[in-house]
Design a protein around this ligand. Structure first.
Ligand SMILES: Nc1ncnc2c1ncn2[C@@H]1O[C@H](COP(=O)(O)OP(=O)(O)OP(=O)(O)O)[C@@H](O)[C@H]1O
Ligand SMILES: [Mg+2]
Length: 900
């Protein structure tokens, strides 16, 4: 009831929103004749003119109508496709930073170009993110023609980039990427853009970075990337350590634990030790001498051990072979549960992967430590504007809004949708369901109707495949194991009588055309054909064949999408349904369900009672709207769970993200600042204050002071040593006085050091060392934060809120890191030794603008403009270090005449 109400309200709001865009569509249509008359070069010149107008102060909104008219015209010329009105609407939705829900086959690829073109005019680049590298290459090549006709450049970025062109060194790969990102419009996949960002964050200077900021991004299949993929953060790892012994041991220990020692929660995929489990485990560990007699499992020094044991336990009890992972060539290959795709090369972090390797008796790879990590949510939020498009977004509208602040707009289809969506059929037992599915598929196959059979897992795909093979029925399987051929296979899934078995997302983005895909078939059929006439003949023949096949399929009812199970969310199921009925094609869809399906077992409580009440026998099925609704309810519950998990992930990541931001800002400052003198003075001051506070606690009695400790510690700053003991015996000497004197000596020491080493070498050393120390500490900090996060979830036994603990302790740790950073930097610089440089060959004339002449470093007047004024002794004595300098330079005293 509520839902229907929401739909009515939303429906109205959506209709109203679309009406608002309609007037612009009419304006674009009105320009069509005029733009059609332009020569090719005049069309290109439009771009130059738009750019100029933007420079002159017009907004992108002002330019939208004309720019879209240009883009449509370019599409006609370069691709032979005229953007439909609904595509223009979709592009406006994208331009407004929303999610455009456009059904499968509506032409989202082309839609994106108009929004990308408009938003590329300011010259800051536009990224278009698709789901796999195949689509990156396809779309950048195809749509590149359109951008070219408009005078814009197109680039792409992939992981294997450059390899195809024989470019091999990392620097050359980076060059290729830099070109890719330097283009007006750049196609890539989310993981690559994310990792490039993380890598850039570690580069020692801007010139080595490959990206140039985050202006506007259009995310294709936005639900998949912004929601599903977003559950796993991007993690970049550092050098690895051998942990094979550790995980062999924890694997055995986990096996030894009795079933009473832990509880398994399938819903949250979580394992926890029970109250009895803790002492049981402690006994096992003591027996193996891994735990001292007087040490307990939850003591801080054992957190690592406990973590590894839990990883082994999870590997044994929660990870099922061929459902969550497969073993291929002696390696664990993870399977994305949602898409059923293998993710070769993807490793779970933090010991989870090693635990699986130990479980399967494989070689245990060294564990590498995390050195950088970011969630997709926080990565994408860096863009000034995000837009998304997908066939299925409405069911997740609330999440898009909550997390990304993006509204979903439902763009109408170009042709009315006539697919027939049937109610679910439910069986009590899995076996009956499978038999019924096979019969149903055979029936369609016999009459020439193509079937797309959607399964939840690779395992299930293989089971159906084996059943068809046993009956001698030809079919294709789209699974993780054949992904190279995925696009080709799915493209032909609309051929008469074709049977294609696929996991839920396999082949997303490839068009299923009834009768078969002409372009793909042509490419196959003309492979190796050199003679153009021969080529044409094949093309003609193929065209006729496909037209006939198309008619045959239409007569048989179009593509039949059959779901063998309800999936993780309604959206994933809708995505599957959406493969059928594109562009007004006929089609049909149906889901089969049994009470033994995972979803029903865990989330479908009460349905069994219903079925009994209906008097359904063991081998009977029921098909009813009520059942369909009840199942949808179960799915909603599951969606809610998953949303909660993602929200939780973000809450935790937000803590780290604030710190990441602070770190990035600090780093940017270091990269941009040519002269770190002032920064370092600040750092010395803070480091000195920290140091003194450690030995002379604030507002303490002299009897509590540890002057000897301070004296010895201060020699890290001033290696020659300081008479702090003497000072402390003087009258009126308190911690402030000591800070001032240490600092004064410290600054003097550094000035002498700079003079000895030479100001230029000193500058260079300063910027290298600050950056290196910062990066190093940040990496350690990330490690610590991950441990902390795990620690707080273990602590949650009590009444405390783990997130609050994480936030508080994390903040303290970050503060501590900054303190260590300041301290390390000033100490390293204080003790810097520079060997006489090798005589360098005469430097070639530098093409870069000449560096400003070094400022003379005489006395207190190191700052230009400050030197001529002399201060009286009185002034020198009475001015506080943080006061403005009496000389009128506008600087603080400590940076001006107060120096040295
Ligand atoms: N305006 C147009 N005129 C003619 N053909 C078009 C037009 N727009 C798109 N097409 C064609 O429609 C087909 C589907 O396009 P596309 O793959 O972009 O759809 P999609 O919305 O991205 O679908 P999916 O949800 O499967 O990714 C393609 O073959 C494309 O060339
Ligand atoms: Mg697409």
């Amino acid at each position: 009831m509520l839902q229907r109400f929401a739909k009515a309200v939303f429906g109205n709001a959506n209709a109203k929103y679309l009406r608002g865009l309609q007037s612009k569509v009419e304006a674009i249509n009105a320009l069509e004749a005029e733009y059609e008359a332009l020569t090719d070069s005049a069309l290109k010149e439009k771009t130059t003119a738009f750019k100029q107008r933007f420079e002159d102060g017009e907004t992108l909104d002002d330019l939208l109508v004309e720019a879209f008219a240009s883009a449509r015209e370019a599409g006609k010329r370069a691709l032979g496709m005229r953007m439909f009105d609904v595509q223009l609407i979709g592009a406006m939705v994208l331009h407004e930073g929303r999610i455009a829900e456009m059904k499968t086959g509506e032409g989202k690829t082309l839609t994106a170009t108009a929004a990308a073109y408009l938003n590329a005019l300011p010259g800051k680049g536009v990224h278009i993110i698709t789901v796999n590298e195949y689509l990156v290459q396809r779309d950048s090549a195809d749509m590149g023609k359109l951008y070219k006709a408009l005078g814009l450049t197109t680039g792409y970025v992939t992981a294997g980039m450059g390899l195809d062109r024989g470019v091999l060194t990392p620097a050359e790969v980076d060059n290729a990427k830099r070109r890719g990102y330097g283009a007006d419009v750049t196609y890539s996949i989310a993981a690559e853009v994310g990792f490039d960002h993380l890598r850039d964050q570690m580069k020692p200077n801007r010139a080595e970075m490959v990206q140039r900021g985050f202006n506007f991004v259009i995310v294709d299949e936005a639900d998949s990337i912004l929601i599903d993929e977003a559950r796993t953060p991007l993690v970049m790892s550092g050098p690895a350590v051998d942990v094979s012994n550790v995980f062999r041991a924890t694997d055995l220990i986990a096996q030894e634990l009795s079933e009473d020692a832990y509880t398994i929660d399938e819903k949250t995929r979580n394992i926890q030790l029970t109250e009895e489990g803790v002492p049981e485990l402690e006994v096992i560990l003591r027996k193996r001498q891994l735990l001292g007699e007087d040490s307990g499992l939850y003591q801080p020094e054992n957190v690592g051990l406990l973590h590894n044991i839990m990883a082994s336990l999870r590997a044994q009890r929660l990870f099922h072979r061929d459902q969550h992972y497969m073993v291929q060539d002696g390696e664990i290959v993870l399977i994305n549960e949602l898409t059923g795709r293998a993710a070769p090369g993807r490793r779970m972090g933090d010991g989870a992967h090693q635990a699986l390797e130990a479980k399967e008796g494989l070689t245990i790879k060294p564990e590498s430590s995390t050195i950088a990590t970011i969630t997709y949510q926080n990565f994408f939020r860096q863009y000034d504007k995000i837009a998304g498009m997908t066939g299925t977004a409405l069911t997740e509208a609330a999440e898009f809004e909550a997390i990304y602040g993006m509204y979903v707009a439902e763009v109408p289809t170009n042709q009315p949708m006539i697919r027939e969506d049937n109610d679910d059929i439910i069986y009590r037992f899995g076996e009956q369901k499978i038999l019924a599915i096979i019969d149903d598929v055979k029936e369609a196959h016999v009459k020439g109707q193509p079937v797309l059979l959607g399964t939840p897992t690779v395992e299930s795909s293989e089971m159906y495949s084996a059943a068809f093979t046993a009956q001698g029925i030809e079919h294709n399987v789209l699974s993780a194991r054949q992904h190279e051929r995925e696009a080709l296979t799915i493209a032909q899934a609309g051929a008469p009588g074709a049977i294609t078995i696929a996991t839920s997302m396999a082949g997303r983005g490839t068009d299923i055309q009834l009768g078969g895909n002409y372009d793909f078939a042509l490419a196959e059929a003309t492979k190796g054909v050199r003679d153009p006439a021969e080529n044409d003949r094949i093309a003609e023949k193929l065209k006729a064949e496909i037209a006939a096949a198309r008619q045959k399929v239409i007569d048989a009812g179009g593509l039949y999408v059959l779901g063998t199970e309800r999936g993780e969310s309604r959206r994933v199921d809708n995505q599957l349904r959406g493969r059928s009925g594109r562009q007004g094609d006929p089609g049909k869809s149906r889901f089969y369900v049994s009470l033994e399906d995972d979803l029903m077992r865990i989330f479908g409580q009460g349905l069994d009672t219903w079925l009994k009440r209906f008097g359904i026998g063991d081998d009977e099925a029921i098909e009813h709207e009520w059942i369909t609704n009840a199942i949808a309810k179960a799915q909603e519950r599951r969606e809610g769970y998953n949303f909660d998990i993602r929200k939780q992930l973000i809450r935790y990541d937000d803590v780290l993200n604030d710190q990441r931001q602070a770190y990035a800002d600090l780093r940017d400052e270091l990269l941009d600042e040519e002269d770190l003198t002032e920064k370092l003075e600040d750092m010395r001051e803070k480091a000195t204050e920290d140091l003194v506070a450690r030995y002379i606690p604030p507002s303490s009695y002299p009897s509590q002071w540890d002057i000897e400790g301070l004296e010895s510690a201060a020699s890290a700053f001033v290696p020659a040593g300081l008479p702090i003991k003497e000072w402390s015996t003087e009258d009126d000497v308190d911690d402030d006085v000591i800070i001032d004197r240490v600092l004064e000596a410290f600054d003097k020491h550094m000035a002498a050091k700079a003079a000895q080493i030479g100001p230029e070498t000193m500058r260079a050393a300063e910027s290298q060392i600050t950056l290196r120390v910062l990066d190093q500490l940040w990496r350690e900090h990330i490690q610590n934060m991950m441990r902390l996060r795990e620690g707080v979830s273990l602590r949650a036994f009590g009444q405390r809120d783990p997130l609050a603990e994480y936030r508080r302790d994390g903040f303290e740790m970050f503060d501590g890191m900054l303190e260590r950073y300041r301290n390390s930097v000033v100490v390293v610089l204080a003790n810097l030794e520079v060997r006489a440089p090798e005589p360098e060959p005469a430097a070639p004339p530098s093409p870069s603008p000449a560096a400003p002449a070094p400022v003379g470093s005489g006395g207190g007047g190191a700052f230009p403009g400050a030197a001529p004024v002399q201060l009286t002794d009185e002034q020198m004595k009475n001015t506080k270090r943080n006061d403005p300098c009496p000389c009128g330079s506008g600087k603080k005293f400590k940076y001006c005449h107060g120096r040295a």
